[in-house]
Design a protein around this ligand. Structure first.
Ligand SMILES: *Cc1c(COP(=O)(O)O)cnc(C)c1O
Length: 342
C-alpha cells in the first residue's frame, strides 16, 4: 500500500525509506550485493572517503507514468557515467548490469514510496561508491562500498516555473583537465562557499566560467546551461570540464528530432549574453528538467532574457513539455529511454 504522504507538498529532502541496496568490493571483486534495512554505515575513522574524498555518485528518479507503471529514465546512462567517474578517481567501476539490477531492486522494494502519477513528485535515487578501508598515506582505498538509497521528493516547481536570477561566480568550478566532467562530491564541496555567498547576495545560482580565460560559460554548480538564440536555435555550451548531463543530452535529441530545432554545441562567450544574442536561457538537470533563467548578473551588470522574470520562454517551455511528455508516457519515447521496473 502507498505510504500516507502529502506527495505534492514534499520538498527536496531526505526521508528514510524501507530498503537500500549494498554491494561491497573486497579482495579485488564486487560481491553479490543485495537489499538491506540498515540505513547506517559503520566504518573506520580512517576510511578513504573521510580522509581524501574518494567517492563518486549518481542521481536519478523513479516515477509513475500515466498508465501506472513505475519507471526510470535512461538509467543505462547513469551506469556509464558512474563508470567514467569511478575510473577517474581510481575506484573500481561497478559493472553496468549490477547498477541496473540495483536500481531495479531498490525501486521495486520501495514501490510504496513512489509517488502516484500526476503529483509531480518522484522517488529520487542516489547511487554512490566510496573508499571504506583505512587509508592514511595518499593512495586509493583497497575496499569500497556501493550503495543506493531512495527518498521521495516533491515537484521541483510548485505553482509554475519562475525564472531565476543568477550571478557570474568569482570562484572557479573545474580546472581544465580536472574533474569537472565527472560526478563527484569533491566538485560540490568546493561549490558550497560559492553558493552560500551567491544566496547571501540574493542570487539563486552561480554560473561558472572557464577558469583558464574566464570568458566562456560552463555550467552552474549542479546543472548544465542551454540557450535559445534570437534565431530560435538551441545553443549548448561545449567544454571538456562540463558534467555530461543526461537531461541536456536528451533535450538536445528531443530538440533536433521531435521539434526540428537546429542545435549548436559550441563554446559560448559570456560577452554574447550581454550582446543580446540569446532570447532564452535555462538550467537543466534531472530535478527540474529545465529551470528558466530570468537574468544573469556579472558584477552589477545585469542582462534580463526576453521572457522576463515571470515565465519561461516559448522554446524552452515547448522543449521541457516534450521531454516531460516522453518521460511520463504521453509522447512516444525513443527506443530504450524508458526503463520499466514494475
Ligand atoms: C548531476 C549534474 C548535472 C545534471 O545532470 P543530469 O544527468 O541531467 O541530472 C549537471 N551538472 C552537474 C555539475 C551535475 O553534478
Amino acid at each position: 500500500m502507498k505510504k500516507d504522504i502529502d506527495w505534492s507538498n514534499l520538498t527536496f529532502s531526505y526521508t528514510k525509506t524501507d530498503k537500500r541496496y549494498v554491494c561491497n568490493y573486497k579482495n579485488g571483486a564486487w560481491d553479490e550485493g543485495g537489499l538491506i534495512d540498515d540505513d547506517m554505515i559503520v566504518m573506520s575513522e580512517d576510511a578513504g572517503v573521510l580522509q581524501y574524498a574518494q567517492t563518486v555518485f549518481e542521481g536519478l528518479k523513479a516515477y509513475t507514468t500515466k498508465d501506472g507503471k513505475i519507471v526510470c529514465f535512461r538509467p543505462d546512462l547513469n551506469a556509464d557515467r558512474l563508470i567514467d567517474s569511478a575510473k577517474r578517481l581510481e575506484i573500481p567501476p561497478l559493472p553496468k548490469e549490477k547498477f541496473l539490477e540495483s536500481i531495479r531492486e531498490v525501486v521495486a522494494a520501495n514501490a510504496d514510496w513512489v509517488p502516484p502519477y500526476g503529483t509531480g513528485a518522484s522517488l529520487y535515487l542516489r547511487p554512490y561508491i566510496f573508499g571504506i578501508n583505512p587509508v592514511i598515506g595518499v593512495k586509493p582505498a583497497d575496499d569500497y562500498q556501493y550503495r543506493v538509497f531512495a527518498t521521495p521528493v516533491g515537484p521541483y516547481f510548485k505553482g509554475g516555473a519562475k525564472p531565476i536570477r543568477v550571478k557570474i561566480s568569482d570562484f572557479d568550478r573545474a580546472a581544465p583537465r580536472g574533474t569537472g566532467n565527472i560526478k563527484v562530491g569533491l566538485n560540490y564541496a568546493m561549490s558550497l562557499h560559492a553558493i552560500v555567498t551567491a544566496h547571501n547576495e540574493g542570487f539563486a545560482e552561480n554560473i561558472y566560467l572557464d577558469p583558464a580565460t574566464r570568458t566562456k560559460i560552463e555550467e552552474t554548480g549542479g546543472a548544465n546551461i542551454l540557450f535559445v538564440d534570437t534565431d530560435g536555435n538551441l545553443v549548448v555550451p561545449k567544454s571538456d570540464s562540463i558534467l555530461p548531463s543526461i537531461t541536456r543530452r536528451s533535450l538536445v535529441y528531443v530538440g533536433e528530432h521531435y521539434l526540428g530545432l537546429k542545435v549548436v554545441e559550441r563554446e559560448v562567450l559570456l560577452s554574447e549574453v550581454f550582446e543580446g544574442k540569446f532570447a532564452e536561457g535555462g538550467l537543466c538537470g534531472t530535478a527540474a528538467v529545465i529551470s528558466p533563467l530570468g537574468s544573469i548578473n556579472d558584477h552589477g551588470k545585469e542582462f534580463t532574457f526576453s521572457n522576463g522574470m515571470e515565465e519561461m520562454g516559448p522554446v524552452l517551455t515547448k522543449l521541457r513539455a516534450t521531454l516531460t511528455g516522453i518521460q511520463e508516457g504521453d509522447i512516444e519515447a525513443p527506443e530504450g529511454w524508458i526503463f520499466t521496473i514494475c
